[in-house]
Design a protein around this ligand. Structure first.
Ligand code: HEM
Length: 400
């Protein structure tokens, strides 16, 4: 059994789409992801995905971006604007958690800052499950801590939300509520289809915890990196300052380019269930672990040009190349939240009013439209609790 590293785009696409390659990226994170959608395979995966796809449709994304999210963003950012400063790492995670909680179906009945803070602590714990393979401390102790957090999270945040949704469902079935009055979230979809795809409480809990972390962590790290990249870009291209602070499409392109260069999940991994010969001649033997190295795949010079290693929000691409490379995967596990996270590529026959920007670009825009700049007295630092390149703190100030 060997580790096979994939570095070329066409091999990566073939692996993502190969039915005999099974998810291997989260074996260490079982405690949260055991039977969450990301870990299911074949028929089991197809059934769950088909169900959840019903929520993840363009009309839902538009209604989130236009109706649900603006208020959440305003509420989250207001205290920081009032103080005139923020730490992007904390703020990004808080904001993305608030958005991911709405999508996943995690209610906060009290609506207090204290309650949000506790949910935040749970989510940070779940994130540690997803990245446990890269954890530098005692993994077994961490796993135990996460298991306890899962149970406490269920009692505190799921119990009531499940009961509330069941009541709404009964009202709906009795004809007292319309479809539009039901919450549009993952928990609701799963509860509504228990007869077709039954899930026990532990499975429900894992799926919702996974949605919370999948939606929040990837988006929060991307958010931070985009802002950092734009700061660096305008240092070298002062003529673009105006665009950075006013042009929403520029910031969406900067998001796509940042996610290409720094994929939120830099590797994807799969177990080979049988011997496989890739079209390029690479031989994979049953039991091998295939690792798709997205950082290399996404810097392919043939696709992205000679300057593929560099950040360039004005990059021109050949037909068919996605500006974010393969950072959202492909095939059965392709990110269900991609359009929600980064919107669609702007086409000349649309207007900004009917364009889907995506929650990361919208969050980045919120920062720049409010005059966000690096804090001159407080430089950013990296997070040393993980081998992955995450910022540990990133202080910014808001200048009118
Ligand atoms: C910048 C933001 C995001 C990035 C870079 C990202 C990236 C990815 C990638 C690479 C995968 C596939 C992993 C694999 O093949 O092993 C994935 C799957 C997934 N993502 Fe995202 N994601 C983002 C945002 C979101 C959001 C906002 C949500 C939820 C609302 C979400 C939900 C999911 C789910 C549920 C899966 C599993 C799909 C399946 O197994 O069928 N993601 N994401």
């Amino acid at each position: 059994m060997a580790d096979i590293t994939i570095t070329r785009p066409e091999d990566a696409r073939e692996c993502y789409r190969h039915k005999a390659l099974r998810q291997a990226g989260y074996d260490d994170g079982e405690v949260v992801m055991g039977d969450a959608i990301i870990n299911l395979h074949a028929d089991e995966h197809r059934k769950r995905r088909r169900l959840e796809n019903r929520l993840f449709r363009r009309d839902t994304f538009f209604s989130y971006e236009r109706e649900l999210f603006p208020e959440i963003i305003e509420k989250t950012v207001r205290p920081y604007l009032d103080q005139g400063k923020a730490d992007l790492v904390d703020f990004g995670h808080q904001l993305m958690m608030n958005l991911a909680a709405a999508t996943a179906g995690v209610d906060r009945p009290m609506g207090t800052a204290e309650e949000t803070f506790r949910l935040y602590a749970y989510m940070m714990n779940f994130i540690e499950a997803a990245t446990l393979a890269f954890f530098t401390g005692d993994k077994e102790a961490k796993r135990q801590e996460i298991q306890e957090a899962m149970e406490a999270f269920d009692a505190e945040f799921l119990e009531e939300g499940i009961a509330r949704r069941k009541e709404l469902l009964a009202e709906f079935e009795a004809g007292n509520l319309t479809e539009e009055e039901l919450p549009r979230d993952v928990l609701m979809i799963l509860l509504r289809n228990q007869d077709k795809i039954p899930m026990n409480r532990e499975s429900l809990r894992r799926e919702i915890a996974f949605y919370l972390l999948a939606g929040a962590h990837t988006s929060a790290t991307a958010f931070n990196r985009v802002i950092h990249n734009v700061f660096k870009w305008i240092e070298d291209h002062p003529e673009d300052i105006e665009r950075a602070y006013n042009d929403r499409l520029f910031l969406q392109r900067a998001t796509h380019e940042s996610i290409r260069l720094q994929p939120s999940s830099p590797t994807a991994a799969r177990w080979a269930l049988e011997d496989i010969d890739l079209k390029s001649g690479i031989k994979i033997v049953k039991g091998d672990r295939v690792v798709i190295d997205l950082e290399t795949v996404n810097r392919d010079k043939e696709l992205f040009g000679e300057d593929a290693e560099e950040f360039n929000p004005d990059r021109e691409l050949p037909d068919g190349a996605a500006p974010w490379g393969l950072s959202f995967g492909q095939g059965m596990h392709a990110c269900i939240g991609q359009d929600l996270a980064i919107g669609l590529v702007f086409s000349p026959d649309e207007t900004e009013e009917n364009h889907l920007f995506g929650l990361v670009p919208v969050a980045v825009q919120t920062m720049f439209l409010n005059g966000c700049q690096p804090d001159p007295n407080n430089p950013p630092e990296m997070d040393d609790s993980t081998t992955r390149p995450y910022f540990g703190k990133y202080p910014v100030v808001f200048i009118d």
